[in-house]
Design a protein around this ligand. Structure first.
Ligand code: NDP
Length: 301
């Protein structure tokens, strides 16, 4: 049976390390990192995500500011809010919860966020830094996946990594990060011809497809490390719903060397990396040395 990679426990420890740093910089420099979370509309899943982000920011001693706009808010209203947050010195990071209502185009919104406050790492300038090896904000979900991998392997050099999915928020930045770690990286997508064959070669398999239990246990290379990014809500059969990943966990756990569960794997890492990015952004904006999390955690990318 595979080792279960406990993202929830890892994230909880990392949150403590972040809280210590937040306390330190408040005492030494008089700075309290601030995160603004913007929610447009009333999508239930988005409400849960934004509530968790705001709560966890507060728990680590940061200031958190929640902004809600109605589902029929205009693009102009949202851009004006972002503009105010860009100028607000108490706000070091801005997160606009996706997806947005149809009338507001995501690109314009990402474009409006100041690059130094782009704690999601979605702006082209930050994506560019990621590709060329510069210093910029790294998207939270792939950053969290990489931390889990480095905590298991240390050095990832030479590993065959397969990233399934090529979205701008998960697949592409994940592939860029693994390349930076000297992995041999394959990116699969909906046009990939023989996905089971690609999986069979992968020492590290990252699934970010958005289809429940899509990756079959028998596709996985025995002993491989499987990181399941997927969050899919399915009918549990008893009138309730439950969350499953993109990997058929029950089958994969018998073949893989290590695997992340859903829930409790990548999800908690995404939020804690948002907090880490906010802390980093605050340090950069106040010319404070980069946060040091101690030897227990792999260095942030
Ligand atoms: P997208 O829908 O943007 O991308 C899905 C990707 O999967 C696309 O690149 C698509 O290929 C590819 N794909 C679809 N079908 C297949 C197939 N049959 N074979 C191979 N590839 C396929 O999703 P996201 O990247 O935004 O999210 C992926 C999953 O991760 C979702 O379940 C989402 O909920 C979850 N997620 C979890 C987070 C967390 O914190 N744990 C954070 C963000 C997302 P193509 O490009 O060709 O269409």
């Amino acid at each position: 049976m595979a080792d279960i990679i406990d993202g929830k426990a890892f994230a909880a420890n990392l949150r403590i390390a972040i809280a210590l740093q937040v306390a330190d910089i408040r005492v030494i420099y008089g700075v309290t990192p601030g995160l603004a979370v913007v929610l447009v509309g009333d999508d239930p899943a988005s409400q849960v995500y934004t509530r968790n982000k705001t709560r966890q920011a507060r728990e680590t001693g940061m200031a958190s500011f929640e902004h809600r706009l109605p589902a029929n808010a205009s693009r102009q209203q949202l851009l004006e809010l972002i503009n105010r947050l860009n100028k607000d010195a108490q706000v070091n990071g801005i997160l606009v919860q996706l997806p947005l209502p149809k009338q507001i185009d995501v690109e314009a919104v990402i474009d409006a966020i100041h690059p130094a406050k782009d704690v999601d790492g979605f702006k082209p300038v930050n994506m560019g830094h990621l590709l060329i090896g510069g210093e910029g904000m790294v998207p939270c979900t792939p950053q969290g996946c990489l931390m889990l991998l480095k905590s298991r392997f240390g050095d990832l050099s030479g590993q065959h990594a397969l990233v399934i999915g090529r979205s701008n928020i998960v697949g592409k930045p994940m592939a860029a990060l693994l390349l930076r770690e000297n992995c041999t990286v394959t990116v699969a997508h909906s046009h990939t011809r023989d996905l089971p064959e690609e999986c069979a070669r992968a020492d590290i398999l990252i699934a970010a497809v958005g289809q429940p239990r899509f990756i079959q246990g028998e596709w996985i290379k025995p002993g491989a490390t499987v990181i399941d990014v997927g969050i899919n809500r399915i009918d549990a059969g008893d009138g309730k719903t439950r969350l499953v990943g993109d990997v058929d966990f029950e089958a994969a756990v018998k073949v893989a060397g290590a695997i992340t569960p859903v829930p409790g794997g990548v999800g908690p890492m995404t939020i804690v990396c948002l907090l880490l990015n906010t802390l980093t952004a605050a340090c950069q904006q106040h010319s404070i040395p980069a946060p040091s999390l101690g030897g227990a955690f792999p260095k942030a990318p």
